[in-house]
Write a new protein. Structure first.
Length: 388
């Protein structure tokens, strides 16, 4: 019996950097693509490229069956040229692929979908909350443009859904698609943590001067300012903690946060680590931290940083935002309300003082995360996408 051909083309709005016979993607995307490549004969990645390797492009694609298809270099195409390039690419390579999956919402989603319509099996994977990410109408030029574009993306999503399998990376987002857009979809989790990334299970012993950890984009919407204020409040209450902030940060905002630290008297206890490439070094920061905190007040799909912390036996404090509460419960993480210094402070005190409670978070989070390894997530996607 002849082997059934399984070639898949993937699009996400992540940039790519090509270097000789290899290329680089952001880790959350690259690890996922590399795992998919274990289930398919060929994996094509369609992306905009950059001539400069940015820090965030931290995952080197090495599998020989993964191919990069560039539709042009960022900053060197007009809008019409970019669309023309995508159309040309569709005509050139569509016949090479049996499956298409668009991971979005992405600005190029409908251009990609239209250019590659001839691919027999098409899927769309929604990785962010529709409700939390809904643009609010404003009266500035930028606010009007953002609101208008968000409406267009939703209309595109409706059109794409009529001829595509629809997936979402949280049960909450599955419900949103149904209630907001009347689109049926299935839950398919996404993750970057391999079962091989899990440390050997152990209960954490908190240090006298505990270290709190944040990892992600360092922006106001992630609750960074409340987190820094909480460090000040905790130290006033006799808990002499420090905070390590990992992630990219715009220069002006870093200056703002540094001034804030000086004003609060915590400059010596807040460390701006900057970007850290995904891998052993990053996971070691999780393992050394006493508590991981993601106090986001903005939209989230399901942040892979929660799984990274769980796999490192580090308890998690986070908010009930976006897809987070649809996957994980209060038995695995400590939930708080967003935009509250008091709730961050009280949650840290609770975990540090209640040993039985913190032990249960560590244990439950660790074993629950093993259900959502990148291997399990991709296997579930493959089964749903390729079933007859």
């Amino acid at each position: 019996m002849n082997k059934i051909r399984k070639n898949i083309l993937i699009h996400h709005h992540s940039l790519a950097f090509q270097e000789g016979n290899t290329f680089w993607l952001q880790s959350f995307f690259g690890a996922w693509v590399s795992e998919i490549a274990k289930h398919f004969d060929t994996v094509g990645v369609i992306a905009e490229t950059t001539s400069v390797k940015e820090n965030k492009l931290d995952y080197n694609i090495v599998a020989s069956n993964i191919v990069l298809h560039s539709f042009g270099e960022r900053g060197k195409m007009s809008r019409s040229e970019r669309k023309s390039n995508i159309v040309s690419l569709g005509k050139k390579i569509s016949s090479n692929y049996d499956y298409l999956i668009i991971r979005g919402i992405t600005p190029r989603q409908f251009d990609i979908y239209s250019a590659f319509k001839r691919i027999p099996r098409k899927s769309f994977l929604l990785v962010g909350s529709l409700i939390d990410n809904k643009a609010k109408f404003g009266f500035s030029k930028l606010e009007i443009i953002v609101w208008f574009l968000s409406k267009i993306r939703i209309l595109e999503l409706k059109k794409i859904s009529k001829a595509s399998q629809m997936f979402a990376n949280s049960p909450t987002v599955v419900d949103e698609l149904k209630t907001v857009l009347n689109i049926d979809s299935e839950f398919v989790p996404t993750n970057t943590i391999s079962i091989n990334d899990f440390m050997e299970f152990k209960i954490k012993e908190f240090r006298p001067n505990p270290e709190l950890l944040f990892c992600g984009r360092v922006i106001k919407e992630k609750g960074i300012e409340e987190l820094i204020e909480s460090v000040s409040e905790l130290r006033k209450q006799g808990i002499f903690c420090s905070l390590r902030i990992i992630g990219p940060i715009i220069g002006d905002y870093k200056i703002h946060l540094e001034k804030m630290c000086i004003h609060l008297g915590v400059s010596d206890f807040v460390i701006f680590q900057g970007f850290v490439r995904f891998g052993t070094t990053l996971l070691e920061f999780y393992r050394k931290a006493d508590i991981y905190i993601l106090p986001s007040a903005w939209q989230e799909g399901f942040p892979h940083t929660i799984w990274e912390s769980n796999s490192s036996c580090t308890p998690v404090i986070t908010t009930r935002i976006g897809g987070i509460p649809g996957i994980i419960s209060e038995s695995e993480v400590c939930f708080i309300n967003p935009k509250s210094v008091a709730e961050i402070t009280n949650a840290v005190k609770l975990i540090l003082s209640q040993k039985e409670y913190s032990n249960s978070l560590i244990k439950n989070g660790y074993y629950f995360a093993q259900k959502f390894t990148v291997e399990n997530c991709v296997m579930k996607l493959n089964e749903k996408m390729t079933r007859e």
